[in-house]
Design a protein around this ligand. Structure first.
Ligand SMILES: Cc1cc2nc3c(=O)[nH]c(=O)nc-3n(C[C@H](O)[C@H](O)[C@H](O)COP(=O)(O)O)c2cc1C
Length: 334
């Protein structure tokens, strides 16, 4: 029988299927159900930076003084203030302790953040509650014409530096797919001691209803064809960074998970497929991976992990260009 164990962020996982941050990881019953269905680890539903700020009155006062936080974000703070009447922060910390107490799963606490402000001290509480690691979902969509790409990268570095100075547990970052040069950024993140990169975050999808002339929401769930950008970047970065890479977005079945592992991922995060197909998709994915490994005579994941990465390619962009010429311009095809 194939051995599916893997390591991620220095943690031992019984297999590489990780439940991504979502409503599926927001309560103990659902997490226990994920465990029963064989999940390898869980990333808890994120706590938002705004929730942390509003929870602490003194931090709110600081936020009001701070022009950057308050003026740019008064709408999101008001939104949270209006909708979050319950004590979300202590519930969030409680959940970490509960998962540690009631399951054997590695648990990763997630923070959704956009600044490197005062909320950062809260990361210590996540560590104290027993989380094995932290995932930072840095959700900055740079739409400000006065901010450069370098400013956004600097924010990432500053934020990570502060978090690393606050906690001792491993830190992973869940990144946006929109970076000028992810290869260079990954080098900087490595220098800052980041242990994992989750590629990629999936943003809210906007749509327009042309009948009602209203802004609407596109699909909340990904489609199974959306995995390719994760595949691209994991195969480019694999072997060139010591940071553990994890695939996210569009991973809906075992075959796609195998592709990500071949590209160099340590694991894959699944959300949409679990919502769409139920928890039983997890054992199904595990069986698919196991079957494929047995067919190909692999006993361990490490025997094939990263074997299809672009480590030997001197310039990944040339490869991409040649593929473009081949498939879209017909150059070199008969
Ligand atoms: C209902 C729902 C809630 C989510 N909540 C969070 C969240 O709190 N924090 C986060 O980092 N990502 C959140 N996500 C994003 C997922 O973790 C994941 O990155 C995204 O859905 C892409 O993966 P998928 O293709 O497997 O769905 C959420 C996604 C969904 C569908």
């Amino acid at each position: 029988m194939a051995d599916l164990t893997t390591t991620y962020l220095g943690l031992k996982l019984r297999n590489p299927i990780i439940a991504g941050s979502s409503g599926l990881t927001s309560n103990i019953e659902s997490i226990k159900n994920l465990e029963r269905n064989g999940i390898g680890a869980v990333v808890l539903k994120s706590i938002f930076e705004e929730q942390i700020i509003l929870d602490a009155d003194n931090q709110l006062r600081l936020a009001k003084k701070n022009q950057f936080i308050y003026t740019e974000r008064s709408e999101s703070l008001d939104y949270i203030d209006y909708h979050v009447k319950i004590d979300y922060v202590s519930k969030f910390l409680n959940l970490i302790s509960q998962v540690k107490e009631k399951t054997l799963l590695p648990v990763i606490g997630s923070i959704n953040c956009i600044t490197s402000g005062e909320w950062i001290n809260f990361a210590k509480k996540i560590e104290e509650a027993g989380a094995d690691a932290i995932e930072l979902n840095i959700s900055v969509l740079n739409a400000n014409p006065n901010k450069s790409a370098v400013d956004v990268e600097k924010l990432h570095i500053e934020l990570i530096r502060k978090i690393k100075a606050t906690v001792n547990i491993p830190v992973a970052v869940k990144l946006s797919p929109y970076f000028c040069n992810l290869a260079q950024l990954s080098g900087k993140l490595q220098e800052e001691g980041v242990s994992g990169m989750v590629l990629f975050n999936r943003y809210f999808s906007p749509d327009i209803d042309i009948d009602t002339m209203e802004i609407s929401t596109g699909s909340i769930y990904s489609s199974p064809t959306e995995f390719t950008n994760s595949l691209r970047w994991i195969s480019i970065l694999s072997g060139k960074t010591s940071i553990d890479l994890v695939g996210a977005t569009g991973i809906h079945d075992g075959k796609t998970a195998i592709k990500l592992l071949l590209a160099g991922a340590k694991g894959v995060q699944v959300v949409s497929t679990t919502y769409k197909n139920g928890f039983e998709v997890i054992p199904k994915m595990l069986s698919e991976i196991e079957f494929w490994m047995e067919q190909n005579r692999y006993n361990y994941i490490d025997q094939f992990a990263g074997s299809m990465n672009q480590y030997k390619s001197k310039d990944a962009s040339s490869y991409e260009r040649i593929q473009f010429m081949r498939y879209y311009s017909g150059i070199g095809t008969k």
